[in-house]
Ligand binder design. Structure first.
Ligand code: ADP
Ligand code: MG
Length: 289
């Protein structure tokens, strides 16, 4: 995505691993008092793999994966890619899908062989009172795994747990920012238990879970009541929040939409470079006054 950037970076910034797209925003970076990170693809690598398959009503594991993957094959979401990869690993042939629809922050749906198939997050089934009721999904979420549910004609037939990897640099990125007196937060559409697990691993000061894509920018405005805020994200769903924040920072390997909505781009996709941005802004603009 980087070639799309109209780079106006100084050589120093480039050497530090970031591109400046908006110079006045870079100047404001010295005043940042809080950083809000997106979770998936920003603090984590965003390459979730299927670790557990739950079946309900006597459905076979392979059928759960096959049916979910058929619909997810039409989505670009990291969850979708993980499920499709799992079907490929098991050499499962995927049925064709009609009327595919993605619901951002919720899941996907489509018709497979005359049945309405949905793969959705825990919020969707909770709202409709379709619980599994046996605690298996909850216990997986408490281990930091993202669980999505397979509904066939509104009947729960399976669930898939996916584990993402926290970027090895994320812990140090947060330690450095906290040392600089910057408050570190996380914003995610994922479930509260998963978010709590990641926040605990990384020592984040605060987190917001179950935030729908259209609510992300609103959440930034809330945090702006208390702090001067930088938002760091990678996805299409982060773009409005990147624009809303005092400083928008995109992960270089993220979507074009995120990169084009940001003031600064982290070329190496390394969250530690957020501290480098604040640091360089302080050094640059201190000299000038
Ligand atoms: P994040 O804020 O962590 O980047 P998203 O807003 O993209 O997450 O997704 C939030 C939640 O919406 C996911 O954890 C999942 O429950 C559900 N979801 C989104 N896309 C899909 C999909 N393609 N398949 C299943 N569930 C999905
Ligand atoms: Mg993301």
């Amino acid at each position: 995505a980087v070639p799309l950037v109209i780079a106006v970076s100084t050589s120093l910034a480039a050497r530090s691993g970031f591109l400046i797209r908006d110079r006045s925003a870079f100047e404001r970076a010295k005043e940042i008092t809080a950083v809000v990170f997106d979770k998936t693809g920003t603090l984590t690598e965003g390459r979730a793999g299927v670790t557990d398959v739950l079946t309900f009503d006597g459905t076979a594991e392979d059928d759960v994966i096959r049916t979910a993957a058929a619909v997810e094959a039409h989505s670009e979401h990291p969850i979708a890619r993980g499920i499709v990869r799992s079907a490929e690993e098991r050499k499962l042939a995927l049925a064709s899908v009609e009327g595919f629809r993605a619901i951002p922050g919720v899941g996907v749906e489509g018709a497979v062989g005359g049945r309405t198939v949905r793969v959705v997050g825990p919020g969707y089934i909770a709202e409709r009172g379709i619980g599994a009721g046996d605690g298996r999904a909850e216990s997986l979420q408490q281990q930091g795994k993202t669980v999505v549910f397979l509904l066939e004609d509104d009947r729960l037939t399976g669930a898939l747990a996916l584990a993402d990897i926290i970027r090895p640099e994320s812990g140090e990125a947060i330690r450095r920012l906290k040392e600089m007196g910057v408050r570190c937060m996380m914003l995610t559409g994922d479930n509260r238990d998963v978010a709590a697990w990641v926040a605990g691993e990384l020592g984040l000061d605060e987190f917001f879970a179950g935030v729908l894509p259209h609510e992300k920018a609103e959440k930034i405005r809330e945090v702006q009541q208390r702090y001067r805020v930088a938002m760091v994200g990678d996805g299409i769903n982060d773009a409005p929040a990147l624009v809303e924040a005092d400083l928008g920072i995109a992960i270089g390997a993220g979507t074009d939409v995120a990169v084009e909505s940001a003031d600064i781009v982290l070329v190496k996709s390394d969250p530690r470079d957020v501290a480098a941005v604040v640091d360089l802004s302080k050094k640059t603009y201190r000299k000038m006054v």
